[in-house]
Design a protein around this ligand. Structure first.
Ligand SMILES: [Zn+2]
Length: 263
């Protein structure tokens, strides 16, 4: 592996230099690209010390099952609709959605990413203080977490729980949601051992893809029924359209179905 890594670096360096076209004017871009952040000198040092940006050997991943494993929660557990907001907390959007929920006198479930929670503990505390439900959404939003060794999955979930509890000691972390919904049976077993219930969804307006607010509204309205679990995002990118859609959706869903806590 090691000589190949060195070779890959050397090749990458050559390609990078060639790709720059000799302009030499794009240091910011270089710094922003994870593949080009390190500056190895393959000729002078045959075994460069790995830096943080050095790609580590690819871990063996279990294959993703063809079908979602059994036992996922996709219903609110009552006639009301459950709202879930993923990937936060985020200093721009989480306070906005909290204000909307507060104004409507309803609660939602926040699927928190561990390292976001670590950065914004005051937002975690506010979410808990305002009576919302908490869902563990992995430490770094690892789409492949369910495919990793069981010990790694467990450590990831525990680390995320720990940082949430540090921010809000009274937090009851009831749920876990695998990023991207890429669940495995092994991951469900770990969640169960940790007392976390696996939370999926039934309505996905794909707001992560930045559709206009009107489209988010239309998608949610056309597929929501009694007991639906609606997936949206209050972090992970520009959520302006989600915020705008929610200003309409929260009162509308409340009127038509009621907004319920997950059970
Ligand atoms: Zn997510």
């Amino acid at each position: 592996m090691r000589p190949r890594t060195v070779l890959a670096f050397a090749l990458g360096l050559v390609l990078f230099v060639a790709g720059c076209g000799g302009s030499g004017k794009t240091p910011e871009k270089v710094a922003a690209s994870p593949s080009a952040t390190s500056t190895p000198k393959p000729t002078s040092s045959p075994t460069p010390r790995p830096t943080r940006t050095t790609p580590s050997p690819k871990p063996k991943l279990r294959p993703l099952p063809k079908k979602l494993p059994a036992g996922l929660h996709r219903r609110s557990g009552s006639p009301g609709v459950a709202l879930t907001f993923d990937d936060g907390p985020d200093p721009r959007y989480t306070p906005q959605i909290l204000a909307q929920l507060r104004a409507a006198h309803v609660t939602a479930t926040f699927c928190l990413v561990g390292r976001q929670a670590k950065h914004y503990p005051e937002l975690v505390a506010q979410i808990v203080r305002e009576g919302h439900q908490i869902c563990n959404h992995s430490w770094r939003h690892d789409l492949d977490l369910g495919r990793r060794p069981v010990a790694e999955i467990r450590a990831d979930l525990e680390r995320t729980n720990r940082v949430i509890r540090e921010a809000a000691p009274k937090a009851q972390i009831t749920w876990f949601r695998q990023p991207g919904g890429r669940w495995t049976a092994e991951e469900l077993a770990v969640a169960d051992q940790l007392g976390l219930r696996p939370l999926h969804w039934s309505v996905d307006p794909q707001d992560w893809d930045h559709p206009p607010a009107q489209k988010i509204i239309k998608r949610v309205k056309s597929s929501t029924h009694h007991g639906s679990v609606v997936l949206m995002h209050d972090a992970g990118g520009d959520r302006t359209q989600t915020m705008a859609a929610c200003r309409h959706l929260i009162p509308d869903l409340k009127r038509r179905y009621g907004i319920a806590r997950l059970r």
